[in-house]
Design a protein around this ligand. Structure first.
Ligand SMILES: Nc1ncnc2c1ncn2[C@@H]1O[C@H](COP(=O)(O)OP(=O)(O)OP(=O)(O)O)[C@@H](O)[C@H]1O
Ligand SMILES: [Mg+2]
Length: 459
């Protein structure tokens, strides 16, 4: 483990003591102080690998302090920053990450969690100074094998996935499209004792009804027209490992009883065969449909639903865990910059704001596609608002709102309207104002309000 020097800033002596003691026990060097002024003074005197800042302190807040650190130290010499915040002030955590903090800890937290976050931040700083863009692989390991995010909801998903990985229980992963269901299914297999055994995926929606049975259970020669040889089914192929039944909601009523039998007895007969085959497989199923609804409509067998829903894992939509967006954005920029062979320094704050506020009906997949496009299209070393196209926002049909907060939604609509009018007017403010049916004065106001004025020279 990488050890480093840590500055703990918190006005509560008890917390200072607990954190510095834990850090020292792990072999780190720890210094603590009780307010922002003293902290800034210490930072001016000597380098630290990491500063852990409490947001709520008398005098200057943690956010102000982060702003000051970022403003006064060049990026290369800056310590990593982690902010501690109470649940009620999660907005300030997002703000802190936008300003440049690497991570945040939600109070109350466990000391172990703190140590993991601290070690990760120190490691991150080291790697960043040594070779900025070669760190992806390691980073992915720190981020739960590719599951990026530190929101409560994602932490809960990861915790469940890790726990269930220790068992052979059936898992049902539900959630909207693009929320990471397959990613989690693969993680469960990789964390299980059967990780060296096969993981076999079946996309139940992609297989025509006539084929799904023989795909799942196999067939013997002559079982049906065209069955020229024996074929092993996917359940047999997955023996000893995991079968991932993706889009389980699409399985036809004819096949459902057979699936139920495998789940109950772990046995089946290949098509056209009398011989019963026994398998030892873990089943992970996923769907973006509401299975309970399908049960109510008589399209999904109730017994099968209960057999599948032993350990449910619900993937939260991205719009309900926006605090994960900055981290996902950084992650995807690194991934796609590397793939495209581009050197990118990051993303401007306005562009990050735009991404943090978008509705993301296609969830993480849509965010990733958006970043991939921006990485390829960016004209400079930094991704800017102009490099970002939100495809879903332009597509027809009702769009999910960013939230249920009226002001937030109105702000978002306002901003999107201005942005798209500017796009349509090829950046000419006067024309955009006309499209929007507002005066040029009002236009200037909206541009400034939403910080869309990236080019003051624009006509
Ligand atoms: N938390 C996450 N961290 C990093 N990448 C993620 C995360 N969640 C999703 N992704 C990425 O987003 C993409 C979509 O994820 P995935 O295919 O697992 O979604 P899904 O829920 O199975 O979607 P669908 O219902 O459309 O099949 C993948 O490239 C995946 O790697
Ligand atoms: Mg999927």
């Amino acid at each position: 483990m990488t050890r480093g020097s840590v500055l703990v800033v918190d006005d509560e002596a008890k917390i200072r003591q607990a954190l510095t003691k834990a850090l020292r026990d792990e072999g780190h060097e720890a210094v603590a102080c009780g307010d922002a002024a003293e902290a800034l003074q210490l930072l001016g005197q000597r380098p630290f690998d990491l500063v852990v800042i409490d947001n709520l302190m008398p005098g200057r807040s943690g956010i102000d302090m982060i702003r000051e650190i970022v403003a006064t130290t060049p990026a290369g010499e800056r310590p990593q920053i982690v902010m501690m915040t109470a649940y009620a002030t999660i907005d300030s955590a997002i703000e802190a990450m936008k300003l440049g903090a690497l991570d945040y800890l939600q109070k109350p937290f466990e000391i172990d969690e703190f140590l993991v976050v601290a070690a990760r931040a120190i490691e991150h700083g080291r790697l960043r100074t040594h070779h900025a863009y070669l760190i992806t692989e390691r980073d992915e390991r720190f981020d739960h094998y590719g599951i990026v995010g530190r929101s409560r909801a994602i932490e809960e998903v990861v915790r469940r996935a890790r726990m269930v990985a220790q068992s052979r229980s059936t898992v049902l992963i539900t959630g909207e499209t693009g929320t990471g269901k397959e990613l989690v299914a693969r993680a469960i297999h990789d964390w299980s004792a059967q990780r060296e055994q096969p993981l076999v995926r079946v996309n139940c929606a992609a297989l025509p009804e006539s084929l799904i049975e023989s795909e799942l259970f196999g067939h013997v020669r002559g079982a049906f027209t065209g069955a020229v040889g024996n074929k092993k089914g996917r359940f047999a192929l997955a023996d000893g490992g995991t079968i991932f039944l993706d889009e389980i909601g699409a399985v036809s009523p004819a096949v459902q009883p057979k699936l139920l039998r495998v789940l109950q007895e772990r046995e089946f007969e290949p098509l056209g065969s009398e011989r019963t085959i026994q398998v030892d497989v873990r089943v992970i199923a996923a769907t973006n449909r509401d299975l309970r609804q399908l049960v109510a409509e008589g399209r999904f067998q109730e017994d099968l639903y209960y057999r599948l829903n032993v350990i449910p894992i619900v993937m939260p939509p991205l719009r309900e865990r926006r605090e994960d967006i900055p981290m996902l954005v950084e992650h995807f920029i690194r991934r796609h910059a590397r793939r495209a062979g581009r050197q990118l320094d990051g993303i401007e704050p306005e562009a990050m704001t735009l991404l943090t506020e978008a509705p993301w009906p296609g969830n993480v997949r849509e965010l990733e596609n958006t970043i991939e496009r921006a990485v390829v299209l960016a004209s400079g070393p930094v991704i800017r608002v102009a490099d970002i196209t939100l495809v879903s926002a332009a597509s027809p049909g009702p769009q999910p709102l960013p939230s249920l907060n009226l002001k937030q939604n109105l702000d978002w609509v306002e901003r999107e309207t201005v942005r798209r009018a500017l796009d349509a007017a090829l950046g000419v403010k006067k024309d955009a104002a006309e499209l929007m049916g507002i005066s040029q004065r009002a236009m200037s106001y909206y541009l400034a309000k939403h910080r869309l004025l990236d080019d003051p020279e624009r006509p």
